[in-house]
Design a protein around this ligand. Structure first.
Ligand SMILES: Cc1ncc(COP(=O)(O)O)c(C=O)c1O
Length: 441
């Protein structure tokens, strides 16, 4: 297999090194001196780089693209809003309630909502609201979960450097420099699907726990999912201890079902965060929940403060209104699930052909691929999978025009426009890529 040459992309990275640390606007976009991707355009389910290689994209900007890139139904709604109303005013418009009412029609867990500009901001708002409501500080988080780039949640379970045969839990380390130790003071980590660990944490800290913050399906950890029983346990333990359950649906919301992961479990959070699929790529986010909890946001002396200059701007809300309307009124999510199933089936045929033990985690719209015999139940289990083989397979796919994150902790994202791809071509490319990956191993 020959690796495509990237003279334009490499020249762009050289230029960008003079302008940005690592030559990129987000550190995770730096894939090394030879492989950092610079795009010239995106359309449907494809992206084209500056060297004119087009890829079928399963990365989808880490999940926001749910319909397809440059979906005219959404883009035209945005153009209409900004040319007939304006982009931002620092005041309210009726669009605020239009979007909240749409969300409420899809998500019974939402009575009231507030907007944000990113998933990170939505999580900050939800956690602050939970603390204001409960008058407690501690937050329980799950190993392998990701909740954005704000100091308090930038602590991770160091499974990469963990000895899986050891008795000890993986070390909890900061994402890097600049994160004060004090930001960990109010946080406790538990492994997913471990009921005993939750009982132990509540036995020790129960009266101090403001909330459990969890991605029900870990969109940043190979779509490893909470079991039904574990989710019920979290709901029950929160109820019993006066703590809130915050479900971070930044990746799962409006993607895995119209009502997000909560619709799949039938178990509802007190507070929920949304972003990504909500705006088909436009930067919109939100958090919301029960009215009595959300009304903690107030001008009372101990009321929670929330807002921001760009909150509920017209670009974001017009995109959200159009996207949510389409998701509500069309069968886009059924189409996505259907394509996702077909892709898993073809991948499974390829893996079986090469004798690679494999399993899929999570829903069809964002499934994780794991090389191992059993679906991981938590982040520690992921360590037992053959993620090196996955990475080699993924890098070969990229060379062959299929874009995805080379790390198996990032799921395959499907959008409505993927219904147009040639599945025979994808199967052929997957075969070539696995054959070459096995030869490298
Ligand atoms: C579950 C979850 N929460 C929060 C975030 C942070 O969102 P953003 O990157 O928009 O700040 C992400 C981003 O991937 C996420 O997946």
């Amino acid at each position: 297999m020959t690796k495509p040459q990237k003279p334009q992309s490499n020249a762009m990275l050289k230029r960008a090194h003079d302008n940005m640390p690592l030559g990129v606007a987000d550190s995770y976009r730096y894939w090394g001196e030879e492989n950092t991707v610079f795009l010239s355009s995106m359309k449907g389910c494809t992206i084209t780089d500056c060297d004119e290689q087009t890829f079928v994209d399963f990365r989808l900007a880490y999940g926001p693209i749910i319909l397809g890139y440059r979906d005219e139904r959404v883009d035209n709604a945005v153009i209409d809003a900004i040319t007939t109303v304006g982009a931002i005013s620092g005041f309210s418009t009726g669009l605020d309630s239009d979007v909240v009412e749409l969300v409420k029609s899809l998500c019974p867990n939402i009575d009231k909502m507030r907007f944000a500009n990113s998933g990170t901001e939505a999580v900050i708002g939800a956690v602050r609201t939970a603390r204001g409501f409960t008058k407690r500080n501690k937050i329980v988080v799950v190993e392998g979960g990701f909740h954005g780039l704000h100091d308090e949640v930038m602590w991770k379970s160091d499974v990469d450097n963990w000895d899986a045969s050891a008795e000890e839990a993986p070390e909890i380390i900061p994402f890097g420099g600049g994160i004060p130790q004090s930001t960990r003071e109010h946080q406790v980590s538990v492994p997913l699907n471990d009921v005993d660990a939750i009982d132990a944490v509540f036995a020790e800290h129960g009266k101090d726990i403001a909330a459990i913050l969890i991605e029900p399906i870990m969109g940043n950890c190979g779509s490893i999912a909470s079991t039904q029983a574990y989710m019920q346990k979290l709901r029950d333990v929160c109820n019993a201890n006066g703590s809130l359950l915050i479900m971070d649906e930044v990746k799962t919301g409006f993607r895995v079902a119209k009502g997000g992961a909560q619709a799949l479990y039938g178990i509802y959070a007190d507070l929920t965060t949304y972003a990504k699929a909500m705006g088909n790529g436009y930067p919109v986010a939100a958090f919301g929940g029960q009215a009595n909890v959300m009304d903690t946001i107030s001008f009372a002396k101990d009321g929670v403060t929330h807002g921001g200059t760009y909150t509920a701007n017209m670009v974001a809300l017009s995109a959200a209104k159009a996207t949510l309307t389409l998701l509500k009124e069309t069968n886009a999510l059924e189409t996505i699930a259907n394509v996702g199933q077909k892709i898993q089936a073809l991948l499974s045929r390829v893996f079986t052909k090469f004798g690679v033990e494999h399993c899929f985690a999570g829903p069809d719209a964002m499934f994780g691929v794991h090389f191992g015999s059993e679906v991981p139940q938590n982040y520690r289990d992921w360590k037992k999978t053959n993620s090196d083989l996955y990475m080699q397979f993924a890098l070969n796919l990229i060379d062959n025009g299929v874009m995805l994150e080379p790390d198996s902790r990032e799921p395959w994202f499907i959008c409505e426009a993927h219904q147009t791809i040639d599945l025979n071509w994808l199967e052929h490319v997957a075969e070539q890529s696995m054959s070459a990956a096995i030869n490298v191993q």
